[in-house]
Every structure is written in C-alpha cells, then in structure tokens.
Write a protein that binds this ligand. Sequence first.
Ligand code: B3K
Ligand code: ZN
Length: 850
Amino acid sequence: FNARYLKDYLPSDFSINTIDLTFELDDNKTKVTSVMSISKNTSEANKIILNGEQLKLIAVYYNDTALNASEYQVDDDSLSFLIKDNECTVKIVTEIDPENNTSLEGLFKSGGAFCTQCEAEGFRRITYYLDRPDVMAKFTTKVIADKNLYPYLLSNGNKIDSGDLNNNRHFVTWEDPFLKPCYLFALVAGDFDLLQDSYKTTSGRDVRLEIFVDKGNKTKAHHAMASLKHSMRWDEDTFGLEYDLDIYMIVAVDFFNMGAMENKGLNVFNSKFVLADKETATDTDYFNVEAVIAHEYFHNWTGNRVTCRDWFQLSLKEGLTVFRDQQFSADMHSAAVTRIKNVRVMRAQQFSEDAGPMSHPIRPEKVVEMNNFYTLTVYEKGSEVIRMLHTLLGKDKFRQGLDLYFQRFDGQAVTCDDFVTAMADAAKIDLILFKRWYSQSGTPIVKVEESFNTNSGEYQINLSQLTLPTKDQATKYALHIPIAIELINNEGTQSHLLELKSDNQQWRFSGFHEKPTLGFLANFSAPVKVDFEQSNSDLAIIMTSAKDKFLRWDAGQKLFSNTISQIITDTNYQIPAELIDILATQLCDNSDPALIAEQFTLPNFHELVEQFKPINPIKLVDALDKLKLFIAKGLEKQLLSIYQALADKPYLNNAQSIGDRALKNMSLSYLVLLPEHHDLVKRQYLTSDNMTDALAALQSSATQTVESFDAMMASFEQRWENTTLVMDKWFSLQAAYKGSNIFERLKNLTEHSLFSLKNPNRARSLIGAFAQNNSRYFHCETGRGYQFLADQICSLNAINPQVASRLITALIQYQDFDEYRQNLMKSQLERIAILPNLSKDLKEKLDAAL
Ligand code: B3K
Ligand code: ZN
C-alpha cells in the first residue's frame, strides 16, 4: 500500500462541473449511472484517472459514444481514458452489491434500509469519480426502488421530481444547489417513522426539519429535534451563521462506523446519537445526542460551505467543529463540567495517541489509509488548538476572524493555513509561530519553577517547555503556548495570561506580602502536560479558593494522582487521614452537584497510565482500588447521607436533576465498596424508573462482583432484548465484569444470539468495552486478555477494517506498560500482522507499531 504525502499536493487537471446520478436500487445488483460534465483545468491535461474500488464496470461513454475496451484502462482502484476536448460529457454505468458490503463504506444496507457513507473515500465504491475534496460539483440524484419496501427515497438538497414506475417501483429526484465534494454525497432509501418540525431563521427563512427513525421509535426522536433547534439558534446568536437550504434531514441507522455524517442537507446518524428517552438513555446519552446533533449541524458552515483542500487538512473542519460543539455544550450545561469532560478525553486518550506509534500532527504529513486519521489528535487536539486561538484573540476578535474566513473562502476548498491567516489578519496579530501547532506532534511538557522574595514582595515564575521526540518526528521546536494562571492570595486573586514562546521564559509580579499560591493552566488553556510539584496544602488552597472551577477540580485530581503514585512506589504507604478532611470540605458545597461528582471521580486508569508509564497495569489497578476504598471508608457517613437524601427524588430532565443523579451515583460507586451497602444497589436497580439510575446500579455491581449481578443482568436482558441500543449497554456491562471467570463469560457472550461483529456498535460494546474498562483482566498476567482482543480483530479484519483498526489501539500502545506485557502484546500484534488479506487500515498501524 502506498503512502500519500501532504508535500505532494497538486491541483486536479480536471474539473467535474455537474454530475447526474441514477440509482436503480437492488440488494445485490444496484445499477449506478453517472453522467458528468468535465472540463480541463490546463491545456496539457489529457488522460483522466478516476478512482473506483469494488465496482463492476458496465459501460463508459465519451460524448455519447461508447468506448471499447481498448480505449480505457481499468484496474482494482481506477478507471482511466483520454479526454480529447476542453469540455466533454462522460457517462459511466457501474454495478455494486450493497447487501454484502460489510465495510459500511459506500452504499450499504443497515437493517432494511439502503444508506451511504462517503467520507473520506467511500464515493469511489459507488462510481468512478475524482474522489478528492477539492473537486466540487453540482449533484442531481435520481433514486429508483420498490415502492413498498422503500417508501422514502432521500438524497441531498431539494426534491425536484417524483413519480411511479413499472414493477411497483417509484422514483424521486433531488437537486443540491450547492457545489460540493463527493464525500458529502448521501442517499437513503427505506421505510421509517418520520418526526417533522420547522424552524424560522433570523432572516425569516422557513426550514423543514425531518428526522427519520426505525418504525416504532418516533417518540425517542424528540430530544434530537429539540437539540437541532437549539443548535440552529445558537449558531445564529454566536456566530451569525444561518442554515441555507429549505430542508434539513437526519436519518438514524443502527449500522454505522462512526457517530454521524454531515452530508449536505441529509445527515446520516448512528442511532445511538439520535434516539433517547428516559427508560432507555442515560443522562450522558442525552448529552451526547445533543452534542453530536450540534456537531453535524455546525459542519454545514465549517466543513460544507468551506471545505478541505485535501484530507491532510481534515482538522480545518473537524478541530473547528469540535470546538464549536464544545462551546455549545458549555453554554447549554455547566461550563466547568463540560470543560472537565473535554480535558479527561485529552489526558486519557489523546496524550497517549500523541506519544504512541501513530503519533501525528493535527495536520498529518503522511497517510496510508485516510480513515486511520479520524483521530483524537485531529479532532480533540485540533479543537484545543482552535481554543488557544480563541484565548489569544479573545471572543470578539475570534468572531471577526471567523467572519473574515467565511468572507474569503465561502464555497471553496481550503487549508489550515488559510484559516490561521484569516484569524491573524482580522486580529492584526502575528500567528507565524503559533502555526507550528499544526505541523508538530507530541505533547509539550511545561516545567514550572517559582520563587518569592519576602523583602521585595516580588513573585517570579520560570517556565520552560520541552516536547519529547515522537515516532514520526525526531526534532521538536518551541511552541506558542497561552498559559492562564491565578495568583491566589488573601488580598485578592489575580488572573494573568502568559504567552510562552521560547524554551525558557520568566515573569515577575510584585506587590505581595506573602507568597501567593499558583493556580497553573486555568481552564486547561493549552494541551500540555505540567511538571510542577505542589504540596497537599497548596492543592487544598486551590481546591477551595481558585476562581476558575477547572483549577479547583484539577487540584483535586493532582491530589489523587500524587496519592496513587505514593501507593504504587511504597507498599507500606499509609494514606494520610488529612486527605479525607480535604475531600470532606468539597461535599459541603451544594451549589453544583454535577461538579462535586466530577471532583470525586478519580483520574481514570488511562489518565494515570499516561502519567506513570511505563507501568505494571495491575499495580495501578490495585492502587486505584485501594484509594477508592480508603475514601469510601473515610467518608462513609457523608456519602450515605448524600445518597439517601437523593435516592428517591423523582426523575426530571433538567440540570438540577441531572446533577443530583450524578452525585447520587458517584456516592453509590463508593458505598458499593463496602459489602454492608450492597443492598442499595439492588434496591436502586429494582426501583429505578430511568436508565441513568438502572445502569449506575449495574455498573457498580459489575465492578464489585455484587452477588445479585447475574440475576439483575438476566432480568435486564429479558426486559430489553428487542431494544438494540440498550442491549449494547448490557454487553458493555458484561465486558466490565471483574470476576475471574471473565474469559468463559466473554466466550459465551461472543456466541450469544444477539452478538454480531457486523454491527459496529455491538462489536465495540463487547470488545472495546472489555479492552477499555476491564483493565484488571485485559492486562492479566496470562495474556488471555490480549489474545481475546487479537482474535476478534482477526475476524473483524475481513468484515469491517475500520472497526478493527479502531480496536487495535489498545494493543499498539504497548510501550505504556512493563516489559513483560509489552512482549505479550507484541506477540499478538505479530499474529495479526501475518493474516492473509490484511487490510490497509491495520497494516498501516502494525507497520508503525512493530
Ligand atoms: N465527518 C464525519 C466522520 C467521517 C469518518 C470517516 N471515516 C463525522 C464528523 O466528524 O462529524
Ligand atoms: Zn466532524
């Protein structure tokens, strides 16, 4: 497989101005007819090379004349022929097999419906085309199918024609007035329940809103609809951006590789991010539905109206759109809790990706399989980079920068550089150094040294930055890092923004009577690691006195990780009782229960691995368990009274009620460590009227092997066996079970009648959940955990390479663990590497890791 490089980018020799598609849908023999008007961009252009994979070519016509086999070349991934005129019409007829397309790229079947996924390079599995984002055309799409099986025939844009045909078939024709790259093309055909609504934009345009779901699920689509309307309003209020077509459609399908897809006017969603009601969805699910609905909606401007020149620029649309959806969520909920959730993802997952074998800058330079680059780095770190611009420019200048970006580039396919330049021009600041964030991989470590002169009252901070070499880049340079700090003291806390731009820098602050306490990296103002020893008493001051809630929370997390580090290094370590006193003060503040729940959530296994690597994972799991038990014992009375006060509050879907549930279930997760409280779990499971509480009870039982676990799981299974998304939760709970018979259980689960590797959600719910959440057994001494994962990846390689490639992350990051485990993990990787027909997706990662 060949790598492609950013440095080799060349504009296309040809433009495709219009494309008229006709689909005659059939499970195994769908006929696709494409008529394109093509023009030359340079007079030297003569041979066109169209991308195409897994296609059966039926015919090619050049200006209405059929080409014979000697006039074109066709191979596994292309079709080429001569273009003799400056302007011409090409017609291509192909045949495809949607039912057997288990990769879920291109045209495939999900349940009874046809649907498409074209980003990044799936359109080439539908027809031969210039499958690159800088080729933008006007699309017209005619869909023909059986009228009873497929009453709804959908594509991008506006419906311009429809009618009946012979053999009980019908057709609908759609026209999208906006030029678009083919990755934004979509087609859906099926029988659905339809939830309809409408929205009036600020300028007075009426937009029809339609959400299509599987029959029987209509009542579960209301939250998605409300979220869509909130997103539309927010984007108008915040950025002045309105929707631009008369109709916005969302279709929910059960078989989907990712979360959702922003196809112009016709989003296709994983049903997980559309369907929600209180019986089947948790508060977290509600939050995520709203966030993904918003994300895809926001893409209409950041992604669709202005798109990427080439796939190396993916973060242009993804980093920016993640930033926008994070800001939206922060405005709709507790801003502090939203930020904390973002930061946990960075620390637990992005940092280790950035230090692992697949490390890449947010704008990668080399790609083998593009689907491997829809990463935490491109998305989440990409969003952090946009957030730093927001911090450096301030809200108003950032808005001016975005306005200028749309003014310059609406309707075009552009680069990350274009974006940053627009920001710099609007704000009239120099961002040349800042651009290095786009080309440099790895997580910078910022080292903090402070000193205080009692005589002069001067406080000094020295900062130095260091980025370690990564697999993809040996040499690193200094970055432009905005660092928000607080100087906490009795005379009034000061906030400052420091701009670190070189290897070392100093700042001085005067006028203090005593040394202030430094709150460092307020609101996580940059995606960096911090090297700074602070005493427990300083951390306690920050926890109670910092103005920034993120800083308060983060000081608590540091206290936890310092304690865990002591437990690991010293087997006789006695956790100091003062820890309980410090924590107890946090339980008294009842202004934001969701924040308290976050404050009591220990840094997770993956965040800690990132801090302590290379590490024996079992020692880490033991230390986490020990600390948690210590807290449960130390705060038993307080946690129990919180639990009891909240236990029987009625379910409401508002911020207070959601926060109360988070706090209650956090308390339960500690209480369950004490066997005398096991009855609470069972009682909560039996009396709960909502999924948040039921699931929390089961989660606590899975991790503590509460006696009634199997009985509760059996009743849960019986109740929900026909509800796909809930059964995904059941499989995940089973995978998290901490009993030593887990491997027999896993084997039975893979043979369960409802288990299938063909459904990505189901595969992830068992296999991904085991690798991610059951660290004690995934990393067990025998290596059986690694073997289980590798076995499943081998099967998935042939079924769905994208899903296989995501799941292999847990194995390729072996360098985080002790040598014994590294060897076990590597031998599983070697076993996968010799598979016949190893996919490009897995091959790229294995080549990097081995
Ligand atoms: N743009 C899509 C992701 C496509 C993934 C291709 N493997 C969803 C999103 O980021 O909104
Ligand atoms: Zn996106």
